[in-house]
Design a protein around this ligand. Structure first.
Ligand code: DAH
Length: 356
């Protein structure tokens, strides 16, 4: 038994010393020390020994095991070193090389347009105001002179909150009666006009960019889109101030050659009201297929704030007057880039967005 053990140790260490691959070393570990390995086989023979011989045999068994383990460990370390050296030789590492550059992203075209608009108006002295996307019917319609059943509501159908499951309005909320108590996804940024006037005294000079919602979905309409509202209330404002502000805005956004034109229109919250056209940037107003050969594109609604609206918001229309307009930002972004499908803006296809 003792002899057998010595032979095993000698044979194992010789064999292991010759191994150069880590996998071979592991195989040798199984062969000698595994459950079905050589050492275990000898261990099973211990039972046949006389009782007085067993301690000696056990001790020898342990020594052999430790010896083989040491041989395996050093062979494994050597094999690892060798593998690393080979790897480095095959693929030298140049630690002075620059790292892999990360692709730089950029703002979404709608955010770019929004930022530009905010900047243009900041130069004209307008602050930026904010309002919630979940809005009271009272602010979205009623106080903009669009009472329940007013036909103007037809064009702005939206998503309503089921008030039977809605939480009670927090303290300080607008009075709740009838349709006024309804909560809805705001259909335009105009309610920010009301919120601003309720919160501060004139003069008021704000723009309010943000998301708005309508039950609409086709090539030129998405259920969610973006608007910027503009409101200026002060003593002595006239349509001329509206024109001047519009002109600065449009020239700032599309370039100094861009012209504006006002056509009479109707909005419940302005009197008089106007649709505003700009000279088509793509054809420089010459006329092309996209502007139906007119050279003009309708881009926004505007007007002098209806005295009733001023009164409802607590302002005295005998003292102050105001002008306002609301513009769709998405369309402006599209026009700027010469794209004709609004939906492309919201599909989040990076291959498309990267080009803008
Ligand atoms: N809120 C209108 C809409 O979404 C746009 C608009 C028209 C806003 C005239 C105004 C305005 O402030 O004066 O269709």
């Amino acid at each position: 038994m003792l002899e057998e053990l010595e032979t095993l140790l000698a044979q194992a260490t010789t064999e292991i010393a010759q191994l150069t691959l880590e996998a071979d070393v592991e195989a040798a570990r199984v062969k000698y020390l595994g459950k079905k390995g050589s050492l275990s086989a000898l261990l099973r023979g211990m039972g046949k020994l006389a009782a007085e011989d067993r301690p000696k045999a056990g001790e020898a068994m342990n020594r052999v095991k430790v010896g083989i383990e040491a041989a395996l460990d050093s062979a494994k370390a050597a094999a690892g070193q060798k593998a690393l050296a080979a790897e480095l030789k095959r693929e030298p590492v140049d630690v002075t090389l620059p790292g892999l550059p990360r692709a730089r992203g950029h703002r979404h075209p709608v955010s770019q347009a929004m930022d530009d608009i905010i900047e243009i108006f900041a130069r004209l002295g307008f602050a930026t105001a904010d309002g919630p996307e979940l809005e009271w019917d009272l602010y979205n319609f009623e106080m903009l002179a669009i009472p329940p059943d007013h036909p103007a509501r037809d064009m702005q159908d939206t998503f309503y909150i089921d008030m039977s499951t809605a939480p009670a309005p927090p303290p300080g909320s607008p009075p709740t009666r009838g349709a006024q108590s309804a909560l809805l996804l705001r259909t335009h940024t105009s309610p920010v006009q009301i919120r601003t006037m309720l919160a501060q005294k004139p003069p008021v000079r704000i723009i309010a960019p943000g998301k708005v919602y309508r039950c609409d979905s086709d090539v030129t309409h998405t259920p969610m889109f973006h608007q910027v509202e503009c409101l200026h209330v002060e003593a002595g404002l006239s349509m001329a101030h509206l024109r001047g502000t519009l002109d600065s805005f449009v020239k700032g956004f599309f370039g100094p050659g861009t012209k504006t034109r006002l056509r009479p229109s109707y909005f419940p919250f302005t009197e008089p009201s106007a649709e505003v056209d700009i000279s088509h940037p793509a054809c420089a107003g010459k006329g092309c297929r996209l502007c139906k050969n007119t050279g003009w594109l309708e881009v926004l609604g505007a007007g002098m704030v209806n005295p009733d609206v001023l009164r409802m918001a607590g302002y005295d229309p005998e003292v102050v007057s105001g002008y306002a307009f609301g513009v769709g930002i998405d369309r402006l972004a599209l026009l700027r880039h010469g794209i004709d499908d609004l939906r492309a803006l919201f599909e989040n296809d990076v291959r498309f967005l990267q080009q803008l």
